[in-house]
Design a protein around this ligand. Structure first.
Ligand SMILES: Cc1cc2nc3c(=O)[nH]c(=O)nc-3n(C[C@H](O)[C@H](O)[C@H](O)COP(=O)(O)O)c2cc1C
Length: 149
């Protein structure tokens, strides 16, 4: 089963979580983890698309919030594009695929991954990488069960 994980990340936290999710999924699937800047817009035979990004102003990033993030970090941010824009530009055929989403944010929330971002530093809260890997592994198990009917 082929899985594509697409992440958007300013300071690196969401990228770490995306790669941990990919590691979990790789226990039973073929996985590519790609920055949204390099993400394809079309695919063939994809079993699952997983998309994640940082929470900005209670939602997905926008050009203005990404500009604020750029001003906070020396040496540039990880993604120039947003998953919001990437998703909007996907052709209709690419949207017909099983889909899972995740986000990172500052406040600990049950369905999000928690990042504590210091100045010019990437500080993921304890256990979040492990939690992300476990979520990826659970997703893979569920996917294979669904495929098996
Ligand atoms: C412009 C901006 C707005 C943000 N707004 C929120 C918010 O509304 N709620 C929240 O919990 N975190 C917020 N954050 C924190 C980010 O969600 C956190 O920095 C992010 O998860 C880090 O991921 P990244 O390192 O991949 O960019 C914001 C960060 C920035 C830069």
């Amino acid at each position: 089963m082929q899985v594509l994980v697409v992440f958007e990340s300013m300071f690196g936290n969401t990228e770490i979580i995306a790669r941990a999710i990919g590691k979990g999924l790789a226990t039973s699937c073929e996985v590519d983890v790609v920055n949204v800047d390099d993400a394809p817009a079309q695919w063939d035979g994809l079993g699952l698309l997983v998309v994640g990004g940082p929470t900005h102003a209670h939602g997905m990033t926008r050009p203005g919030t990404r500009k604020s993030a750029r001003q906070e970090v020396e040496g540039g941010v990880r993604s120039a594009t947003g998953v919001r824009e990437w998703l909007s530009a996907l052709p209709t055929a690419s949207r017909r695929v099983p889909f899972a989403v995740f986000d990172t944010r500052l406040r600990r929330a049950r369905w999000s991954f928690f990042a504590d971002v210091g100045k010019n530093a990437t500080i993921l809260a304890d256990d979040e990488q492990e939690r992300a890997e476990a979520w990826g592994a659970a997703l893979a198990t569920r996917l294979l069960q669904t495929a098996a009917g």
